[in-house]
Design a protein around this ligand. Sequence first.
Ligand code: ADP
Ligand code: ADP
Length: 221
Amino acid sequence: MIQVYNVCKSYQKDSSALDQINLKIGKGEFVYLTGSSGAGKSTLLKLLYGGERPNRGQILIDGRNLTRMGARQLPHIRRRLGIVFQDFKLISTRTVFENVAFALEVQGRKRFEISKKVYAALKNVGLEHKLNRRPLELSGGEQQRVAVARALVVDPIVLLADEPTGNLDPETTLELMELFKGANARGSTVVMATHDRELIRRFPRRVVTLDNGRVVDDSHV
Ligand code: ADP
Ligand code: ADP
């Protein structure tokens, strides 16, 4: 599902955020990206959703070469990805419903279909009763669940998450993990950056460890 070949990324001369990364992630896998702050986790995720481009190397998602895509093609593959951030990145002026509906509107779906899918996605995260609220009226955990609903409403082939539990308390973290496991069980390949060792211990999956822009460990369970 994800193939990364000899990828290098540097933001500035003389320092590299990623150095010769090679990685294959199969369809349906659940993979943690771990490593200390500055190791390159966010950068790798950004390259996987096309938020940044590598200086060298190739990235394929579902057999399509991201690195060769132009600005017109990239949005097509991006629409099939779900992305969850540590700081949620919800649009505060829009309701919960509108935040989740946005990805489907961009796809040009019919209004009836959008309503049905948004409702189902919010029900999946237990927030169908809050669809008319705005993000700032919700707790942090609820906001993150809205962000997860937004990511999952498109039935993503790949779910990418950058420290999604970083701002959550332990109990809310477990709820979020159940949602990720559910998405994974329904077929989404999951790549989640985290430095939460306890989380990895409780939900053991493949762990790819980065250090200083290199893969230093890759342990399958
Ligand atoms: P992590 O997510 O593991 O904390 P990052 O991918 O954010 O690591 O960062 C990897 C390295 O790249 C760090 O040295 C960081 O300072 C640098 N970096 C990340 N983003 C940028 C940027 N936009 N501009 C310059 N340097 C960056
Ligand atoms: P995280 O460690 O959670 O990935 P950071 O706090 O390292 O997040 O980075 C937050 C944002 O700042 C990211 O968009 C990253 O690309 C950017 N960034 C990180 N390091 C640098 C840097 N040295 N110079 C400029 N931007 C950076």
